[in-house]
Design a protein around this ligand. Structure first.
Ligand code: UDX
Ligand code: UDX
Length: 475
């Protein structure tokens, strides 16, 4: 049996997954040359930026790794052909968004980029290549990749192209990606060819202990990724559903979370109530699971998981309704400061951020939003909200938004502050200074339960906090 010696790696897709993952690989495997390729030239230029270093994604600890490894054994390039042809192992880390049209629209993942990557690998690779699925994919995608690759194997050619396909799903959580990659709970490798599995496993063994490396068949690996994300999302929908109950019964969601989390069978993590889960994975993966269940006529199972998404959408909508109702049922022409646009703290990613739908609701109600986020690019916010400029809306009654560079600027002359992302900066706001520049009565809606409520109340704010009915000062 042949052992594979991995000297060169290619990663297709220099995004939130490909970039940090390869930076950690490069750091722990100085003898392996890693080329990260992307069709987006601007992204590659940003990865290669020097003075100033302006990486395309914000991730704590990433800049240090990039500075240590870049141009030594880690390279960012648009030269796909060369990177593929030289690689012994290729990671596919391209995006797989939910389809917006055609068969499975709104549920299935759009695999056109994965298919394109497989075709490029088939065309440019030269010898035996191990192809690793890193993108989150529907179960049985490996089959498609294998079919595309095997159809390129020309028995008469002098190039002896052979392939093996592995599934190695990513479990990193944005904002904590480097730590998750350096200290994973487990590394999952699914596949059939033992030598290829061992070749990938040997790379991880440079920094991960053997007992954390789990080897499964390829379908189990693909399904485990979807299931892990579905379970995590389900916990958030569960706690969010209880937050609404807390608000009407007088219980406090933080106390309930703590009490149930101390049961070791439940555990403490992922029990923080908020404005609903966002990010590129949770909703997409549950939709994939639903699609798969429907395909296999498991409609009850599909409906069970559908509930997780329905509660998530409901949570976002109910927060918008609460804000409007406390502002005397009318936000038309009122200025509302939005603090946080990223889908969680410590990232500049806004994909599926609850802030997008809550902001849209408020704009449609006629509010003028003053949005501040410490890391999200202004152009990104404008892009996310631009659909609001829908010709069907009555412009007379629709508000607008502006993007601010500080909390102070956003709060100036506003009626309310809505905290939507748990940035550290929001934990230490000086409420006394802020209230002076605001209209009265002044409101704070804390959807992340992260600010200093006592301080805000003491200086005269009306404070609404998720999952806590006693938080309001006065009307
Ligand atoms: C990843 C996973 O791959 C996705 O399945 C998961 O659900 C979310 O995380 P991510 O790294 O977050 O995707 O996506 P993104 O930041 O959009 O990066 C993907 C990159 O692939 C982009 O920079 C895009 O330009 C690039 N790409 C896409 C290619 O280089 N080639 C293509 O053919 C398509
Ligand atoms: C998730 C998974 O955690 C990761 O394993 C997978 O590989 C990709 O998807 P990510 O989306 O980056 O990672 O972030 P995560 O920390 O899981 O948060 C997702 C969303 O849930 C965020 O909007 C976050 O604010 C929300 N959340 C998380 C809560 O509302 N409450 C919690 O207790 C935890």
């Amino acid at each position: 049996m042949k052992k594979y010696d991995i000297r060169k790696i290619c990663c297709i897709g220099a995004g939130y997954v490909g970039g940090p993952t390869m930076a950690v690989f490069a750091n722990y495997c100085p003898n392996i040359i890693i080329n990260v390729v992307d069709i987006n030239k601007k992204r590659i230029d940003d990865w290669n930026s020097i003075n100033p270093l302006k990486l395309p994604i914000f991730e704590p600890g990433l800049d240090k790794l990039i500075l240590r490894c870049r141009d030594k054994n880690l390279f960012f390039t648009t030269d796909l052909e060369k990177s593929i042809s030289e690689a012994d192992m290729i990671f596919i880390s391209v995006n797989t968004p939910t389809k917006t049209k055609g068969i499975g629209a709104g549920k299935a993942s759009d695999l056109k980029w994965v298919e394109a990557s497989a075709r490029q690998i088939a065309e440019f690779s030269k010898s035996h290549t191990i192809v690793v699925e890193k993108s989150t994919l529907p179960v049985k995608t490996a089959e498609t990749i294998k079919n595309i690759l095997s159809s390129s194997q020309d028995v008469n050619s002098k190039d002896k192209k052979t392939f093996s396909v592995l599934s190695n799903p990513e479990f990193l959580s944005e904002g904590n990606a480097i730590n998750d990659l350096q200290n994973p709970d487990r590394v999952l490798i699914g596949g059939e060819d033992e030598n290829s599995i061992n070749a990938l496993s040997n790379i991880y063994l440079n920094w991960v202990s053997e007992k954390k490396i789990l080897k499964t068949n390829i379908w189990s690996s693909e399904l485990s990724k979807l299931t892990a994300n579905a379970f995590l999302a389900q916990r958030i929908s569960s706690i969010n559903s209880i937050s609404a109950l807390c608000e009407v019964t007088g219980a406090d969601i933080k106390q309930v979370s703590k009490a149930i989390g101390m049961d070791t069978r439940i555990g403490q993590k992922f029990l923080t109530s908020g404005p609903g889960f966002g990010g590129s994975c949770f909703q997409k993966d549950i939709l994939n699971l639903i699609y798969l269940c429907n395909y296999y006529k498991l409609d009850e199972v599909a409906n069970y998981w559908k509930g997780v998404i329905e509660i998530n959408n409901w949570q976002k909508e109910r927060i918008s309704r609460i804000i409007v109702s406390y502002l005397f049922g009318n936000v038309s022409n009122k200025r509302i400061a939005i603090l946080g646009f990223a889908f969680k703290g410590n990232t500049n990613d806004t994909r599926q951020s609850p802030s997008i739908s809550i902001c849209k609701d408020l704009i449609e109600e006629g509010a003028h939003l003053a949005i501040y986020d410490p890391k999200v690019e202004h152009s990104r916010i404008n892009e996310d909200l631009k659909e609001i400029q829908n010709p069907n809306f009555d412009y007379q009654n629709i508000g607008n938004w502006e993007i601010c560079s500080s909390i102070k600027e956003a709060a100036f002359e506003s009626d309310a502050i809505v905290v939507l992302t748990e940035w550290d900066e929001f934990l230490h706001i000086n409420w006394q200074t802020l209230i002076k520049s605001m209209r009265k009565p002044s409101w704070v809606f804390d959807t992340r339960s992260c600010i200093n409520h006592d301080m805000a109340k003491n200086v005269g704010f009306n404070v609404w906090e998720i999952g806590n009915s006693s938080s309001i000062n006065k009307y």
